[in-house]
Design a protein around this ligand. Structure first.
Ligand code: UFG
Length: 349
């Protein structure tokens, strides 16, 4: 490992994944050096190549499990790391109900290791990848950061909430050495407009947009819309879909905020657009902007789904100077472009 004395890079755990790769690109655009740690359990080196093509430089990358304390300590030391954007973890709601121990082990283990290593090094600013899932069924929409958190329905959601609590406790006891921002994501979709990075699920996609793009690509016959009898404007579920590039930019803003205002604090921000969209609206927009028909069929509600929620993102706008700028049309166009680009690259090998 080469020691880098002069620059203080940002450590990005889970940086080869869907959201992480987009954050790597936005960090580069903001002129920040990035060190990616990823064990490639649910990601691939293709994302690293995509990042290199977009940014014009190879990201520094370690294929390391973020629970490996010796390796993490070494990386933090060598690169003089104080800033960390922490995404490394497992993310399937369905899988988490079948393998809860694995989810607790990985999702809490990565955070505990990171906090230990940063405390040892004497300083750390952490941006944590949390989720709106911590709100459970919110009492009100739009959901503000003051809404009650912790009423999660599944082990995945609970790992997000427990991680938030752990970070709170450790920062509070750190005597100013640590600080953190907890970013509660709503529903990230879309991809970098180049199509060189995007969402590449393994197996059957759990989430709406990757399922739609696979139907569009002919990999799946039709979309099953889970429930058309919700108390929403057209009966289908309503979510706050946010372009992953906007979401990634939110991390850069949060890091800048933490560096200048956050010492010793833990602050929570919602990252969403503030607009709820139904499943049918997503399908209609996707069809319109891409000129492709998406066959669909209504199916029973998916267990654990809720009817409607969307963010109040005004705190992030006020404090971070960040707001989502890209439209639903951009999200649908960029998601389809990435599906096509990544697919044709995979074929070429
Ligand atoms: N949906 C379908 N058919 C599908 C997939 C999804 O109709 O094949 C519907 C769902 O019922 C829901 C909407 O599309 O109404 C969005 O579903 P997603 O699975 O895309 O997203 P969720 O809102 O269920 O979950 C997402 C993330 C979670 C995170 C949660 C937090 O996947 O990781 O948002 O808000 F916890």
């Amino acid at each position: 490992m080469q020691k880098n004395e002069n620059s203080r890079a940002v450590l990005l755990t889970g940086g080869a994944g869907y959201i992480g790769s987009h954050i790597a690109v936005e960090l580069a655009a903001a002129g920040k050096q990035t060190v990616i740690v990823d064990n490639l359990r649910n990601a691939s080196e293709d994302a690293l190549r995509g990042i290199a093509e977009i940014t014009g430089s190879e990201p520094v990358f370690y294929r390391v499990d973020a629970r490996d304390k010796d390796a993490m300590r070494e990386i933090v030391k060598c690169h003089g790391i104080a800033d960390v954007i922490h995404l490394a973890g497992l993310k399937s709601v369905a899988e988490s109900t079948k393998e809860p121990l694995e989810y607790y082990n990985v999702n809490l283990g990565t955070t505990l290791t990171l906090l230990e290593v940063l405390l040892e090094s004497g300083e750390g600013r952490i941006i944590f990848s949390s989720s709106a899932t911590v709100y459970g069924i919110p009492d009100h929409v739009p959901v503000t950061e003051e809404a009650i958190a912790g009423r999660c329905f599944n082990p995945y959601g609970r790992t997000k909430y427990f991680n938030e609590q752990i970070i709170n406790d450790v920062v509070a006891a750190s005597e100013g050495k640590l600080s953190a921002v907890l970013l509660r994501y709503f529903n990230p979709i879309g991809a970098h407009p180049s199509g060189l990075i995007g969402e590449v699920p393994t197996g059957v996609p759990n989430n709406l947009m990757p399922y739609i793009t696979q139907v569009a690509a002919g990999k799946r016959e039709k979309l099953y819309i889970y429930g058309n009898d919700y108390e929403t404007r057209d009966g289908t579920g309503v979510r706050d879909y946010i372009h992953v590039v906007d979401l990634a930019r939110g991390h850069v803003k949060a890091l800048e905020w933490l560096e200048s205002h956050g010492k010793g604090k833990v602050e929570i921000f919602n990252l969403g657009t503030g607009q709820g969209r139904s499943v049918l609206e997503i399908v209609e927009t996707f069809q319109r902007v891409n000129n492709i028909k998406i066959p669909y069929e209504f199916a029973p509600r998916r267990p654990g789904d809720i009817a409607e929620y969307y963010a109040d993102p005004s705190k992030a706008e006020r404090e971070l100077g960040w707001r989502a700028e890209l439209s639903l049309e951009d999200m649908c166009r960029d998601a389809w472009n990435a599906e096509k680009t990544l697919q044709s690259r995979a074929k070429k090998g």
